[in-house]
Ligand binder design. Structure first.
Ligand code: ADP
Length: 486
């Protein structure tokens, strides 16, 4: 179908308030994963462009953004949110062209929540206070909060605008200046966001954007730059390790949201219809390309077969295809390389002794685009790589369990610890199990329900630090204690 009235945009860098090409004019093609066609070109930045962007951001730390009162900053950030909503249809279309995700998903979740990130953090500015500590009648201590400085925001391709705004809004609310490096596979909404920031009245140099690749390119240059004070990174755990090694040379602050292999735990006493409805989403929404997806499903043995029968039947009904068709539930995976990687895990599942109950292949009739049917695998045990490693596609494993101890043993036997879901109607068990799961976020009888004031982040190799509400301000600002002798 004719996707939309909105045309793809060519992507330039945004440095010191101007859209600019790379100094050497280099570009790369932006590919639409649902058609495999070229959407347009993207300026390919490197160390030189990063240097210019960081220089502008550093200079802006002494400019009007710093001198601005809270009222004005609140109003500007609110306006960014308003302008995102005003351009919601365009942004949703661009996001779906770039990522291959269904347009209803971009339109109903990604883009409105991106606007909300700005509305939320602009409101939050007014709630920030700091502590005072009196030492008897000897001294009075008070803490003052100041921005960290220039922040590098390095972003993944799965929720491009949503995750970029999740970093940008608090970084700006805390008074910093930034250089954004969006994922090379999804550059379009970040480019429009730069325009929106300019139109909302954010002064030149406060928000900068450099497109390009990660290793030995724009991403690496941003991490290495001595004038960048902190990096907020969302992406693969392996990339996080590389960034940490490089950031150690300049001792940068790091906030990390990394990979996950999240358990979705189903006790026999739970409400199965509710479980199935939510599990379809937690397994296959956004093609399974969400770090919070519940890719390891554990079902109490007495409910195992009943769950599987229903889950397979409902998953079979999910329409895979053109992201711009309103009936589509599962779009295309992000790239050929990622598609091959996910398919590699499906082959591995068979080698490891698993049974592909559903999917595992390209849907019939879809010859172009990186489409994969929702895939359900059984018969694997905890040591299998398919159960241990993050696949980041519409692929889940289902494993029965016999007791709570057996379950927790299996659930925690992973390097990851981002999120988990527990389904049960037994209140005591819900608390008991939630308390013992090694994860930064545990949902009980729900999934993906977020209040932006709550701490968000992972344990083990799923992340470092927490963001959300005050936790974001804690990362994006420094506290200085001033001690006055009385
Ligand atoms: P994926 O492989 O799924 O794209 P990555 O973690 O590699 O996930 O990428 C997330 C973001 O990190 C992207 O913007 C990418 O360009 C960037 N990136 C990748 N490698 C590096 C690196 N060595 N230094 C800085 N940024 C990087």
């Amino acid at each position: 179908m004719e996707p939309t009235q909105f045309k793809p945009v060519d992507c330039l860098h945004f440095i010191n308030g101007q859209f600019v090409s790379s100094l050497d004019g280099k570009t790369f093609d932006n590919i639409n994963p649902s058609t495999e066609q070229v959407l347009g070109t993207v300026a390919e930045g490197g160390a030189a462009e990063i240097h210019l962007a960081v220089k502008a951001a550093k200079k802006a730390l002494k400019g009007p953004w710093m001198k601005m009162g809270a009222n004005e900053r609140v109003a500007i950030l609110r306006k960014v949110g308003d302008l995102i909503l005003a351009r919601q249809d365009q942004l949703a279309a661009l996001e779906s062209m770039d990522t291959g995700k269904p347009i209803w998903l971009s339109g109903s979740i990604d883009i409105p929540r991106s606007a909300y990130n700005f509305h939320f953090f602009s409101d939050y500015i007014r709630t920030i206070t700091t502590e005072t500590t009196q030492m008897d009648n000897i001294a009075l201590n008070y803490a003052v909060r100041s921005p960290l400085g220039v922040i590098g925001l390095i972003n993944p391709w799965n929720l491009p605008l949503l995750l970029l705004t999740w970093k940008l809004a608090p970084a700006l609310a805390a008074g910093n200046t930034v250089v954004m490096k969006p994922a090379e596979l999804t550059p379009m909404t970040a480019t429009v966001l730069a325009e929106i920031c300019r139109d909302a009245g954010i002064p030149d140099g406060v928000v900068n954007l450099v497109h390009g690749f990660g290793p030995n390119s724009a991403g690496a240059a941003l991490v290495e730059h001595p004038d960048v004070n902190a990096i907020s990174f969302t992406g693969e755990t392996s990339t996080g390790k590389v960034i940490m090694a490089s950031a150690s040379k300049t001792l940068k602050r790091l906030s990390y949201e990394l990979g996950g292999k999240n358990p979705n735990i189903i006790f026999a006493d739970s409400n199965m219809d509710e479980v199935i409805e939510t599990t379809l989403k937690s397994s296959f929404i956004n093609q399974g390309e969400v770090c919070l997806c519940g890719s390891r499903i554990y079902v109490e043995r007495s409910a195992y077969q009943g769950f599987l029968d229903k889950f397979v039947a409902k998953s079979r009904e999910l329409v895979v295809g053109d992201p711009f068709e309103p009936t589509t539930k599962v779009g295309a995976l992000i790239s050929e390389e990622h598609y091959e990687r996910v398919m590699g895990y499906i082959e591995l599942a068979v080698e490891e002794g698993g049974t592909i109950l559903l999917g595992g292949k390209r849907p019939e009739g879809l010859d172009k685009g990186y489409y994969l049917e929702p895939t359900i695998i059984t018969g694997l045990n905890r040591d299998c790589r398919v159960v241990q490693e993050e696949i980041f596609g519409p692929v889940v494993t289902v494993i029965p369990f016999d007791s709570e101890d057996d379950l927790l043993d299996q659930v925690n036997d992973t390097q990851y610890g981002l999120s988990a879901t527990v389904w049960t109607n037994d209140l005591r068990r819900a608390h008991r199990v939630a308390g013992q799961i090694e994860a930064g976020i545990v949902w009980v009888n729900t999934w993906f329900l977020r209040d932006l004031r709550t701490p968000f982040g992972g344990v083990k190799q799923s992340g470092i630090g927490r963001e959300g509400g005050l936790h974001s301000f804690e990362f994006y600002s420094e506290l200085k204690n001033i001690c006055i002798k009385l």
